[in-house]
Design a protein around this ligand. Sequence first.
Ligand SMILES: *Cc1c(COP(=O)(O)O)cnc(C)c1O
Length: 389
Amino acid sequence: MPHKQTKAVRIQTERTNEMEHSTPLFLTSSFCFDNTEEMRAAFADESDDNIYSRFSNPGVQEFIDKMCALEDAEAGYATASGMSAVFGSFMALMKQGDHLLGCNAIFGSTHTVISKYLPRFGIEFSYVPADATEKDWEAAIRPNTKMIYLETPTNPGLDVLDLEMIGRVAKKHNIIFNVDNCFATPMAQQPIAYGADLVVHSATKWLDGQGRVLGGVVVGKKELIKEIYLFCRSTGPALSPFNAWVLSKSLETLDVRMERHASNALFISEALEKHEKISSLRYPFLQSHPQYAIAKKQMQNGGGVVCFELKGGLDAGRKFLNSLEMLSLTANLGDTRSIASHPASTTHAKLSEAERQAVNITPGLIRISVGLEHKEDILNDILQALEKC
Ligand SMILES: *Cc1c(COP(=O)(O)O)cnc(C)c1O
């Protein structure tokens, strides 16, 4: 069996008569049939011929096949964005009266979907904190708990949750275990090995890795993906064939990119950890990280995100961002270009002060998505900005 790195490079749509080397772009809304019988069979699900690009497309399928290989999953469906993957995985599998159990340290828009929109459809939710023990997770389970949903490492606080422990709890109670693996990527962490039934991704981040396109994907157990596929093919959040073409090429370089992102991030973390303007710094592969042992157990590298707290709080945070000369101020993460952000005033501004505090988003918290520039240039820009705040 080839390694996952090889599969990410070599999985490809069947070569056409033109004998192309790189996969062509199948920019077509629909597909032709030779006769009514073939068309009937496709619509009756008796063949897997492509019908319409809201249902399937060869380039989109190539991206899905690579993601299934990387995550060691049976099947998948690709979506227009990470949020449509998250939303599709909720709506296809839960109904009125069900309960979703999550961790409160969660991506801002996911929190909005869970806390504002799911209840409108009669789906209850509750959260446990990132440092919840096995007992805490057990105690939070209700008779109607249908899904456990979490991210690890979390955004932006970089808490690491124990996938093995939570996977065990989910299995014991026969609950769907759904993991957002956006921050780690399958090159660092494969949640299915710890019992996840579903893995969702924002492909917009590290999978693209170059800040170009939006995309999402959900992979996992065949019978669950079938439901998600049927929900999505009717409701319409399909991934664009163009974005799929970009994303599939991106996966060919994912392993080498993530290796460098992670080594740059570790270098920056070690250099800044004791800086006089910083009160605390978090990176999963630093020994000082509160869940270092869990990170080492379930991750092959610490990922590309570092966060730290400035002693000067909100004011220092603003000054720091305004003093950066190279790092970009932008909402994205997981780019070749290093990015600095201030969650309290941007991505997590919709949370109340108390909710932010509960997930450790303090006023002076800075999140750095470490890029592929030379590590010393990234560090030097951060250092000169720290001088000014
Ligand atoms: C960005 C992000 C999402 C949402 O993805 P989009 O592609 O922006 O819709 C979901 N989860 C995490 C952890 C993210 O960082």
